[in-house]
Design a protein around this ligand. Structure first.
Ligand code: G
Ligand code: G
Ligand code: MN
Ligand code: NA
Length: 255
């Protein structure tokens, strides 16, 4: 309860306690940075730097995720505009909680950001987990479509760990699948997980989607993924999540 009160205070009175880190996503074929994922951190005045695992579920339970999610979206768009002003055009992915989709004001909020920061189509990707696609509520599909009209793209996070059927996947305008770290960590060597990666790649190709592998930590994983034809990667093998200024320099050093 104290933590909830602290988070409410941070959001209302002192949003400088919140900070976005960015983890680059690379195309391992070209070595280029193709985007980054925004990951929130909370500089708690007493507890120090807190990771989302320590406060996102609390934010979801208490409803504070709506306010927090808005802050994250706004900050990610503002940062992207700062990078653009410095000559760096880089797509940013933002994690969306299913709770945020329930709110009828999500679309107008994002529309406001896209206009204010001149976000070009395809430069803002929203990451959802399979749970967000499970709802039978037709309004959800309307929200997806409205956001897509604004130029947002969608990625399915933690792919492979949920239960979404292919027919359901097809109904949503998803442009990218993020293969969960669980299937990457056992590579090379796990025949089962290689099969999951191959099946995902083949399905994504048929459905016109991109695939990014998450949690790539080792050379062995990197090369195994490349050999299977998965070129988009994110993970400690390349870079950890880092503050915005560091990300700018990280990308500037790449070919
Ligand atoms: O940054 P870290 O690797 O600790 O992130 C852990 C989890 O927290 C990830 O599953 C990620 O999706 C989630 N997360 C990080 N930032 C956000 C955010 O801004 N909003 C939501 N809803 N989840 C986030
Ligand atoms: O949104 P999602 O659940 O996918 O968040 C990604 C999480 O994975 C973040 O907490 C991020 O810090 C973490 N992460 C990113 N790359 C790696 C990696 O190579 N290894 C491990 N163990 N975690 C990673
Ligand atoms: Mn994510
Ligand atoms: Na993930």
């Amino acid at each position: 309860l104290t933590l909830e009160r602290d988070l409410r205070r941070a959001l209302q009175d002192d949003p400088t306690q919140l900070v976005l880190y960015y983890q680059p996503q690379l195309d391992a074929d070209t070595g280029r940075c193709i985007g980054c994922e925004a990951l929130v951190r909370w500089r708690h005045p007493l507890r120090g730097l807190m990771l989302p695992g320590e406060f996102i579920s609390l934010a979801e339970r208490s409803g504070l995720i709506v306010e927090l999610g808005r802050w994250v979206l706004a900050e990610a768009c503002a940062e992207q505009a700062r990078w653009a002003a410095a000559g760096l055009l880089l797509p940013v992915s933002v994690n969306l909680s299913p709770v945020q989709l329930e709110r009828s004001d999500l679309t107008p909020y994002v529309r406001g950001l896209v206009q204010r920061y001149q976000i070009a189509p395809g430069m803002l990707e929203l990451e959802l987990t399979e749970g967000a696609l499970m709802s039978e509520d037709a309004r959800h599909l309307e929200v997806f479509n409205a956001l897509m009209q604004l130029g947002c793209r969608f990625a399915l996070d933690d792919f492979g760990t949920g239960y979404s059927s292919l027919s359901r996947l097809k109904r949503f305008p998803i442009s990218r699948l993020k293969i969960d770290q669980a299937f990457v960590s056992t590579l090379p060597g796990s025949g089962d997980d290689e099969a999951v990666v191959r099946a995902t790649l083949s399905m994504a190709r048929d459905m016109g989607m991109d695939v990014v592998a998450e949690g790539v930590e080792t050379d062995g994983q990197h090369h195994c993924l490349l050999a299977m034809g998965c070129t988009q990667m994110q993970g400690y093998r390349f870079a950890r999540p880092m503050p915005a200024a560091e990300l700018y320099h990280f990308v500037a050093r790449l070919p």
